[in-house]
Design a protein around this ligand. Sequence first.
Ligand SMILES: Nc1nc2c(ncn2[C@@H]2O[C@H](COP(=O)(O)OP(=O)(O)OP(=O)(O)O)[C@@H](O)[C@H]2O)c(=O)[nH]1
Ligand SMILES: [Mg+2]
Length: 289
Amino acid sequence: MGGKKSKSEAPPPPLLSNPWRTINWGRRQDALQYVTDYKPQTEGQQLRILLHGQTGAGKSSFINSVQSVLLGRMYSHALVDNTSHDTFTKKYTTYKIQIGSSDAFYPFVFNDIMGLDPKKGVSVEDVKLALKGHVKEGYKFNPESRLSEDDPFYNKSPTANDKVHVLVCVIDANTVTSMSDSILHKIRDIRTEASQLGIPQVAIFTKPDEVCAEIKADIKNVYKARSLKEKMERFSANMGIPMNCIFPVKNYHNEIDLNDDVDSLILNALRNIINFGHDCINFSKSSKR
Ligand SMILES: Nc1nc2c(ncn2[C@@H]2O[C@H](COP(=O)(O)OP(=O)(O)OP(=O)(O)O)[C@@H](O)[C@H]2O)c(=O)[nH]1
Ligand SMILES: [Mg+2]
């Protein structure tokens, strides 16, 4: 007791010697091609991706980051809050991404939703309605009451395109271990509903650059950093989301130029989200969800 620490007690090095997941860092173009080539089986079908998670987790930043990678330049359509701690996104908004300078759009769309907050956030019931396609564009979330069936923003007969095909839970990697029970309960509740509706779920871990100095110095360390892996494993065990459905993503938040490695992580997550959504559309068609 109180003596010098023996060698065996020294903390393990922050980085594993080998990455626990392989990313083709140098092949950003392949991943981009995969996403740009994606087409749903049915003409006119849209893949709807719903982002939810705690206020300030980086939901809007993720949408902006995806738009930036696909456009090849920095873009900030889904406004991001840098000033207040209040939830910033309040309306149900669909973000479409234009293909280059054409009039056409990618066949996948994102829905940004008000943050889950213990008191002021979106109600879990409203997220469940969004999953089923009952929430109309522009609906202003009210934490005090859920969207009622007689509200003009209630969509009584949602089409296949209005329904959600992938649910993405956005998690701030820094605060994941201190998330309140009430938020965890809400996330679990939404996840259960999505499972019952046959909607696949993915989690993205944002702000990995703030988790440890090694990732901040080189984003390619993201799958070597012990601390991030542990956080992801704990969340996976806690929520029942398998590790192969959890992706770390460094969003563009204060950069001026795009970076190939940051792009690679974003594209890797997006590619998986699209694949899960594609399976959901096909499952829905066969089961008439
Ligand atoms: N360092 C770092 N900061 C990030 C990252 N992603 C988002 N941020 C910052 O986190 C803050 C919150 O991001 P938002 O995208 O507004 O979060 P949100 O989930 O949309 O928040 P609400 O709309 O309030 O629910 C902003 O200041 C972003 O610049 C990231 O990967 N790394
Ligand atoms: Mg937002």
